[in-house]
Design a protein around this ligand. Structure first.
Ligand SMILES: Cc1cc2nc3c(=O)[nH]c(=O)nc-3n(C[C@H](O)[C@H](O)[C@H](O)COP(=O)(O)OP(=O)(O)OC[C@H]3O[C@@H](n4cnc5c(N)ncnc54)[C@H](O)[C@@H]3O)c2cc1C
Ligand SMILES: NC(=O)c1ccc[n+]([C@@H]2O[C@H](COP(=O)([O-])OP(=O)(O)OC[C@H]3O[C@@H](n4cnc5c(N)ncnc54)[C@H](OP(=O)(O)O)[C@@H]3O)[C@@H](O)[C@H]2O)c1
Length: 409
């Protein structure tokens, strides 16, 4: 039998956990009226997997950013474990953060909240009075939800064009960082070429070297050293005032791009890489791009934009991810039913992060036009909650059913 629920939260990562605790803080009575879906059946599974797979010792963001509504909760939790807050700015250790999140889950009584099913599709249902959605789940079940919060991360791997021109190769010899798990690799004596200048490249390079590999790091620009993805001014009015005052969405997109300015590494990781360079374990080529890669049966032959040629055993694409609403399967029917402006892949949501015309809210990188450059980060989750939670606990705010334009079965 199809179940009717008030609110469906799709995904159980840090963004979903943040919106859940913030909702409960604002309205305890919402307990029991929302369902959280994630195929893993657990909170924070992808987060934990990625930190373990890249052997990341601590977060890039300071201790104030986390899923609990009380900004000081993590510092308080860390009082008996001060050595797990790393300089500068008290960056939480990976285990400390994981334990803290587990405590958040316990304190807010969310242990058994995640339904171990992925959502396959979201279909808006025609209703003259209020918006509703049919969610088709991984096992074929369906639920009807009045409101949906999409918190699936929604990031798509960025794959360079030259990869498409390689006829065949063993899949373990060229892969995107998201599919790499350092813990499973034996790399002694191997040559690993890593593409990209973000923090993931840094961690992967150090992980490969620790396993006895020689690393060649290729950056299409110069190595940028930054403590954070975007300056802290983007967390408050210093930069956000002008951002929100900008009514041209294209211009807002450019502000986001400029603020993040591609990939960057922390000074601490850059220092470790330089040390490895002096030891002869890594070569770093800047302003250089692969134009052609050939799999020779045992190893790779690489041609670069500067005319140089190289051999290696593995190519790791640490080329990050992109956000594009037009390729997000869960938003296909929504986009068809409620066409809205899209700027370079980002949807123009309303100020509550609601898809205009229906009660579907989006968190994460896809909400960047209304949250700013840190939308995908932990800080972005909190900022998203400030916008979404009031609209959910006071649902009367600005929903117009007349906007619905397409029939859904
Ligand atoms: C290696 C790495 C380190 C990072 N470190 C930091 C940091 O230190 N500080 C910081 O602020 N930011 C950091 N970030 C950026 C960002 O905070 C993380 O990417 C974070 O995990 C984003 O949270 P999320 O909840 O949006 O997505 P995710 O963590 O990806 O969680 C999304 C969840 O949705 C589930 N899901 C997906 N599709 C469906 C579906 N159809 N149905 C049901 N569930 C679904 C997934 O299983 C997943 O569990 C880091 C990113 C990476 C890649
Ligand atoms: N907590 C941690 O310690 C930790 C660890 C890893 C990652 N992270 C976070 O995770 C997020 C993602 O980091 P990331 O390093 O995976 O991705 P990223 O920051 O987006 O960096 C991707 C890199 O790939 C390059 N690139 C993209 N397409 C390319 C192409 N076609 N050819 C050559 N190079 C290309 C980019 O170049 P340009 O710079 O020129 O665009 C950039 O340097 C960030 O927020 C980061 O802070 C955190």
């Amino acid at each position: 039998m199809t179940k009717n629920i008030d609110l469906a939260i799709v995904g159980a990562g840090p963004h979903a956990l943040t919106v859940t605790t913030h909702l409960l803080q604002k309205r305890q009575s919402i307990r029991g009226r929302f369902w959280v879906f994630d195929p893993s059946g657990m909170w924070m599974s992808r987060w934990k997997q990625q930190f373990a797979a890249f052997e990341i010792p601590h977060l890039r963001s300071p201790a104030v950013h986390h899923p609990d509504p009380n900004a000081f909760a993590l510092r308080k939790f860390a009082e008996p474990r001060p050595h797990e807050l790393f300089a500068p700015y008290d960056l939480p250790g990976t285990q400390l953060f994981a334990d803290f999140c587990q405590d958040v889950i316990r304190v807010w009584q969310l242990q058994n909240q995640v339904i171990p099913l992925g959502v396959r599709s979201i279909e808006p249902l025609p209703d003259r009075v209020r918006s509703r959605f049919r969610l088709c789940l991984q096992d074929g079940q369906e639920v009807i939800a009045q409101r949906v919060v999409l918190a699936t991360g929604s990031a798509k791997q960025q794959i360079p064009d030259w990869v498409k021109n390689i006829p065949t190769y063993p899949s373990d010899r060229l892969c995107h960082s998201q599919t790499i798990d350092l813990r499973k690799l034996q790399l002694a004596g191997q040559r690993v070429l890593i593409v990209g200048g973000g923090l993931t490249s840094g961690h992967l390079a150090l992980g490969a070297i620790a396993r006895g590999a020689k690393v060649h790091l290729l950056l299409r620009r110069q190595l940028a050293e930054k403590l954070f993805d975007a300056e802290p001014g983007w967390l408050g009015p210093k930069y956000l005032k002008d951002f929100f005052a900008e009514s041209n969405w294209q211009r807002r997109f450019e502000m986001i791009q400029q603020a993040r300015n591609g990939g960057s590494m922390t000074p601490a990781i850059a220092t470790q890489l330089r040390r490895q360079m002096r030891s002869g374990n890594i070569r770093i080529d800047e302003n250089c791009q692969i134009v052609k890669a050939q799999w020779l049966g045992e190893s790779w032959h690489i041609q670069c934009s500067d005319g140089s040629q190289h051999e290696c055993d593995y190519i790791w694409l640490s080329t990050g991810t992109k956000f594009d609403v037009t390729t997000e399967p869960l938003l296909k029917n929504i986009l068809a039913a409620y066409p809205i402006p899209i700027v370079k892949g980002l949807p123009v949501l309303d100020t509550c992060l609601r898809w205009p015309g229906c009660e579907l809210f989006i968190m994460g990188g896809l909400a960047a036009l209304q949250v700013g450059p840190t939308a995908r980060n932990l800080s972005g989750a909190r900022m998203a909650c400030e916008k979404i939670v009031p609209a959910i606990v006071k649902p009367s705010v600005a929903f117009s059913p007349t906007v619905m334009s397409v029939q859904a079965s």
